[in-house]
Write a protein that binds this ligand. Sequence first.
Ligand code: SAM
Length: 349
Amino acid sequence: MTAAAKALHIRLPPLPSIKDVIRLYKLRALKELSQNFLMEPRLIDKIVRAAGHIQNHVVCEVGPGPGGITRSIIQKAPRKLILVEKDGRFIPTLELVADACKDKVDVDIIRDDILKINIAQYIPSDTKVDWFETPPPINLIGNLPFSVSTILMIRWLEMISKQEGPWSFGRVRMTLTFQKEVAERMAANISHPQRCRLSVMCQNWCNVNYKFDIPGDAFLPKPDVDVGVVTLTPLKHPIIKLPFKLVEKVVRQIFSMRQKYSIRGAQTLFPEEVREEMALRMYKMAEIDPVTRPFQIANTEFQRICEAYNEIIQKYPEFENYDYRAPKKKSTADDNLVEQPTGDPQLCL
Ligand code: SAM
C-alpha cells in the first residue's frame, strides 16, 4: 500500500468482533429474512474489493445485518454510507459502527425494506453525472437476502431501463451476492447450461461479471447452497432498445418452454387462432430459425425478435395486451374461470 493510500484507509477504534456482536445482542438468524452472516474477514474484504474504488464514494449497502461488510466498506473511506436494513434488531449494532466513524464518514441507517424504499432520496445531488459519462461515485453493495435477490434484481433492471432511482444519477455500479446458481444464470452466455430469462434480461441492460464463489460454510448459519459474487455496470446503450415490459414479455414467453423449439414459446405471445402464423411471421422478420432452442438464442437475436414483435403489435394492436397466463373464460354456461398452463416458472428465472 502506498503512503497516500494508507492515509486514506480508515482505522476503526476497537469494536467487538462480529461473532461477539451476534452473541452479545443475541442475534439469532431469522430464516424468513434469509439471514446468513458472512463470518470470514478475508471474504468480506474480497466482496468490498470487487466493488473497485469506493473511496470518497456514496455507498449504499443492502442488508448490512451485524455489520461485517459495513466495517470493511468504512475502512475504504467512503464519503457517505447508506445502510438499508429491514430487521430492527441490527440497528444498535450498526449505530455502534456509525458512531465509531462519525468524524470521517456520514452514515445513514435506514430501517426499511429495500423493495419499498427510494434510495435516491439519500444520495447527494452533486454526485450526479450524465448517463454516457463514466459511472458516478456511487456504489450499491450487498450480501443480499436470498428471498429478495432475484425480485430486487428484476426491479432494479427496470429502473436502470428507465434511468430512475439511483440510476437517475448515472450508471451506478452494483456488487451483489446471489445463490451461486442464480449468479451463474445472470452471467450465462449463449448455450451455457444455465442460460435463461434472467441471463438475457441482465445482459440486455448491464455488463455482468461473475467475480468469485463463496462456499456456504463461510456463513453462519450455513446455507444449503454456495454463493456467487457478481458485479453489474449498466450499459450506455441496451442491446434491445425497447420498453422493459415488452422485452420481459417476449423473453419470458420464449423461455417458458425451455427445452422445446423456441418458436413454441414464441407462439404463446399471440392468441390461439393466429398463434402459429404470427410466431412464424415474427421469426421470419427476425431471421431466426424456428427450431433454435431458447438458450441458443444470442442477445442480438433476441433484439431482432423483440423488434419484430414490436412491429407486429404496432400493426395489430389487439395482440399487445394478450396474456397467455391470464385466466381464460370458459365457454360454458357457468362461466367459470380457468388457469392457463404457464410452462415451468422455475426455469424462467
Ligand atoms: N450483510 C450481512 C452479512 O454479510 O453478514 C448480512 C447478510 S444476510 C444474507 C441478509 C441481510 O438482509 C439480513 O441482515 C436481513 O435482515 C436483511 N434483509 C432481508 N430482507 C431485507 C429487505 N427486504 N430489505 C432490507 N434488508 C433485508
